[in-house]
Design a protein around this ligand. Sequence first.
Ligand SMILES: [Zn+2]
Length: 507
Amino acid sequence: MAKKEKTAITPTREEDYPEWYQQIVRAADLAEPSPVRGCMVIKPWGYATWENIREVLDRMFKETGHVNAYFPLLIPLSFLEKEAEHVDGFAKECAVVTHHRLIAGPDGRLIPDGELDEPLVVRPTSETIIGASYAKWVQSYRDLPILINQWANVVRWEMRPRLFLRTTEFLWQEGHTAHETRAEAWDETLQMLEVYKTFAEEYMAIPVITGEKSAGERFPGAVNTFCIEAMMQDRKALQAGTSHFLGQNFAKASKIMYLGRDGKQEHAWTTSWGVSTRLIGGMIMTHGDDNGMIMPPRLAPSHCAILPIIRNEDDRATALEYCNQLKAQLQQQTYHGAPVRVELDDRDINAGEKGWQWVKKGIPVTVEVGPREVSEGSVFVARRDKSRKERFSQTRDQFCGEIAGLLDQIQSDLLTRAREFRERHTRSIEDLADFRSFFTPESAEKPGIHGGFAISAWCGQSECESRINSELGVSIRCIPMDSTDSDAPCVFCGTAGSKPVVFAKAY
Ligand SMILES: [Zn+2]
C-alpha cells in the first residue's frame, strides 16, 4: 500500500469534507468564530479578499448605471408586516431590538430598560426600509428608474452556523431598483444575473449555471428569483448569488407610485439582487486542496510572496537587498491595470514553517531566494495550484517580465479545473432508480462524497419537488436559462412535456 502523502490540512477532503472546510478557514487565517455564536471575526487575509470582491463588483455595478447609498440598520416592525410572504419568509430568523438603554440592577448587573413602543428589527434584507424611501422619492415617471446599491451587513438568526457559508451576521451588497415598466425591471433582473455570472467565472474562477428558482425556492415576496449555482468539491451545490424580479409586490406594500405618461397613478416595478461573504466560502470549497486555500489571482489579497532563505547570518544583508530589489521590480509590473501585489516575508521564523503558512493561505505564487539565487540572479518559483514537485528556477528578469502572464495562466487553469470537475460529476438522468442511486451514499454510516448535479425532467409540480426533497435531501437548484421545453416525462411522476432542471444536494 502506498504511503499516504502528508498534507498540511487534516482531515483531507476525502476523509471529512465539512471538517476539512472548518480547518482550512482557520489554517488560511481567513476568519474565526466570535464570542457571539453564529457571528464571525473576519481576519485581515479574509477581509482583504472581501475588499477585492467588493472593489470589482462595485465597478461592475457602476458600469451598469448604479450608484451607492446607505439605509438604516434598524427597520420598524410594521414595515416587515406590509408584505405578507416576505414576513413569512424572514420572521423566524429576525433579531429584534425591544429596549433602548441599560440600567444597573440591584446586584449590579445590567438590565434592558426603556421599552420601545414599536420593536425594531435588525435588517435581514432591506426591501421594506428602502421601499419607504423610494415611495417618498418617486412622484412621476421622470423620477424613474432608481438604480441603487448598498454595501452593508445583515442579520438572519442562524441555528446551524458555518463560517462564511451561514453566519448570523454577514456582509453583502443589495441592489434595489425601481422602474417605470415591467420590461425594464425584467431586463434589470437578468442584467444583474449576467453581471454575477461574469464575476463568478472571470474573477472567482467558479463556473456557474444561471437559471430560475422553482416557486418553492423563491425569495419571499418575489415573482421570479434567478440564481447562479456552483458545484463545490463535495459535489453539493452552492447558491452564489440571486437576482429577484419583484413585480409590483413590494411597490404595492411600500406605496411606490408614480404619475405615468398617461396621467394615471401607477405602481413601480422593482428588483433586488445580492451576493455576500458566502462567496469566500464558495472559493474555498471550489479551489482549496488538502494543503490549504488556493486564491484565484484576480481576487487574491497578494499575488506573490518572496521568501528569503538565510542559512548563514553573513548572507543576510545581501539576500535581503536582493529580495527588496526583486520586490520593487515586481511591483512595477501591472496585472489587469494595477500593480502586482507582493509580500516580502523576512520574519525571523523557520523557513519551512514560513513557506507552509503561505501555502495554507493560498497565495498564487511563492518565490524562494537563497544564496544560489542571489549569486545566479535567479528565483525559485512555486505555483500554488501545482504540485511542489513542479517548482522551477528562472532568471529574476524573466520571472518579473512574465509574472502577469503566469497569474493569468493560474487564473484560467483554476477555472478549467473547476469546470472539468463539474462536468465529470453532472449527469443526465431519466430513470428514477438511477436518480435515487446517484444521490444515495454507498454507506449510510459514513456518507462521504457522492452524487453531483443531475439534469432530469420535472413536471413543474411542487408535489414532485417536495417528495424528492424529503426523501433524498435533494432540491431543484434551478431551471437553467437555456432549458427548453421537451417532451421528456417527469422523472418522478411521468408527466409528459417536462422541462430539464438541475437537481443537487445544496448548502
Ligand atoms: Zn412530476
